[in-house]
Design a binder for this molecule. Structure first.
Ligand code: OSB
Ligand code: MG
Length: 369
C-alpha cells in the first residue's frame, strides 16, 4: 500500500460529563483525527489522544500537529508499506512524541486491515468476540456524589470501578466506597500524585482489597515504584511510566509493577502495544487497556487491541455515550452489561459518521503526494 493522501481534522467536542483529575477539569475536548488514503482509494483512521495542555504527558494537540505535519507525514507520503509494523521502525529515529506517532500509525493499521479484508482485531492477532470493560470515574465534588456515580455505573453493568485519588482525597474516599460496595472490583488511580514520603498513607490502602493502585508515584519513575511495591500488598499498575517495550522490561526486572495499563497512544502505536502485550503475557503480567477520553475512532482502536489474549482485566473503554451526546462513528461503541461486542466489519469496524464529524471539525489540513 502506498500512502497518497493525509487529512488531519482538528475537532472540538463538548463532553457530556466533564472529567476531573488532580490536574483540573476537562469540559470541551479538542483533539485531532487523521485519515490516510492509499493509491486504491482505501482509507484508514487514527485519533490523537494528546490533550490541549501537557498535564498527562508532555504532548499537546498543537505539538502533535507540528510533529505530524512537519516530521511524520513527510516520512509516510508516497511510501510503500507492506505491513504497519514498518511504520514503528520508520518513526523510531524520532524521539518520543508517541501520541503523534500513534495517530498516523493507527490510521495505517486501519487501512491495512481494510485493504486485506480483516478486522483490526484479526490483523493484530486478537481472538475475543466480546471484551469486558470497566469505567474510570473522575474526582467528584463530594463523597456522596462519588458513591452515586459508582452506583449508577454498577447498574449499567461496568465490571470494575476505577476512581481517581490525590493527597487529601484518598483513604477516606476509598473507605467510604468500600463500606458502600464491599465486594465490587475497585481500584484507584493516582496519576503520579504521591512520593515515597507518602508510603505510610499508601500502605493504609492495603486494608481495602483494591485490585491495584495505578501510577502512585512520578510519571518518569520506576525505581521508587519498586521500593513501594516491596512494602505494599496492593499490586501496583503502571500507566504514565510505560512508554515502550524497553520500559516494560525494566519495570518488570526491577519489580516496579505487577500489572500494566496499555494505552496505544502513550506507547507510540499498536505495534509497540502488541509487543508490550506479548512480553507481559510471556512473563505472567496481566494487562488492560487504558483510555484517554477518546472519541469513537480512538475507542474503536482500543476495542480491537483488547481482543488480544493477555488483556485479562477489564479496561477503561466505556460506551461512547458516557462522554458524548453524539459520537462520530456509527454504530456508537456500546457497553452492555459490561461487555462490548467486537465489530465484524473490516478495519476498526465502525463507520466514521462524516456528517456528525463535519459539525465538530474546526479546521482541516490536507496533504497530498
Ligand atoms: O490516567 O488513565 C488515566 C483520562 C485522561 C487522562 C488519563 C487517564 C484518564 C482516565 C479516563 O482515567 C479513561 C477514560 O475513560 O477514557
Ligand atoms: Mg491512569
Amino acid at each position: 500500500m502506498i500512502i497518497k493522501e493525509v487529512l488531519i481534522r482538528k475537532m472540538s467536542m463538548t463532553m457530556k460529563s466533564p472529567f476531573s483529575t488532580s490536574f483540573g477539569t476537562l469540559e470541551v475536548k479538542e483533539f485531532l483525527l487523521l485519515e490516510v488514503t492509499d493509491e486504491l482509494g482505501n482509507t484508514g483512521w487514527g485519533e490523537s489522544t494528546a490533550f490541549q495542555s501537557p498535564w498527562y504527558n508532555e504532548e499537546t494537540l498543537e505539538t502533535n500537529l507540528h510533529m505530524i505535519r512537519d516530521f511524520l507525514i513527510p516520512l509516510v507520503l508516497d511510501r510503500k508499506f507492506t505491513h504497519p509494523d514498518e511504520v514503528n521502525e520508520l518513526f523510531a529515529p524520532i524521539r518520543k512524541n508517541n501520541m503523534a506517532k500513534a495517530t498516523i500509525e493507527g490510521a495505517i493499521w486501519d487501512l491495512y486491515a481494510k485493504r486485506n479484508k480483516l478486522t483490526l482485531s484479526e490483523a493484530l492477532g486478537g481472538t475475543a468476540e466480546k471484551i469486558e470493560v470497566g469505567i474510570s470515574i473522575g474526582i467528584q465534588k463530594t463523597p456522596e456524589d462519588l458513591i452515586e456515580v459508582v452506583r449508577k455505573s454498577l447498574e449499567e453493568g461496568y465490571k470494575r470501578i476505577k476512581v481517581k485519588i490525590k493527597p487529601g482525597l484518598d483513604i477516606d474516599i476509598i473507605r467510604a466506597l468500600r463500606t458502600a460496595f464491599p465486594d465490587v472490583p475497585l481500584m484507584a488511580d493516582a496519576n503520579s500524585a504521591y512520593t515515597l514520603a507518602d508510603i505510610d498513607l499508601l500502605k493504609q490502602l492495603d486494608a481495602f482489597n483494591l485490585m491495584m493502585i495505578e501510577q502512585p508515584l512520578a510519571s518518569d519513575d520506576i525505581v521508587d515504584h519498586a521500593k513501594l511495591q516491596k512494602e505494599l500488598k496492593t499490586p501496583i499498575c503502571l500507566d504514565e511510566s510505560i512508554l515502550s517495550l524497553e520500559d516494560t522490561r525494566k519495570a518488570f526486572e526491577l519489580g516496579s509493577t505487577k500489572i500494566i495499563n496499555i494505552k496505544i497512544s502513550r506507547v507510540g502505536g499498536l505495534t509497540e502495544a502488541k509487543k508490550i502485550h506479548d512480553f507481559c503475557m510471556a512473563h505472567g503480567i496481566p494487562v488492560w487497556c487504558g483510555g484517554m477520553l477518546e472519541s469513537g475512532i480512538g475507542r474503536a482502536h482500543n476495542v480491537a487491541l483488547t481482543t488480544l489474549p493477555n488483556f485479562l482485566l477489564p479496561g477503561d473503554t466505556s460506551s461512547s455515550s458516557r462522554y458524548w451526546e453524539e459520537d462520530i462513528i456509527t454504530p456508537e461503541v456500546i457497553a452492555e452489561d459490561g461487555y462490548i461486542t467486537v465489530p465484524k466489519a473490516y478495519g476498526i469496524g465502525y463507520e466514521p459518521n462524516l456528517e456528525a464529524m463535519d459539525r465538530y471539525t474546526v479546521a482541516k489540513f490536507h496533504f497530498k503526494s
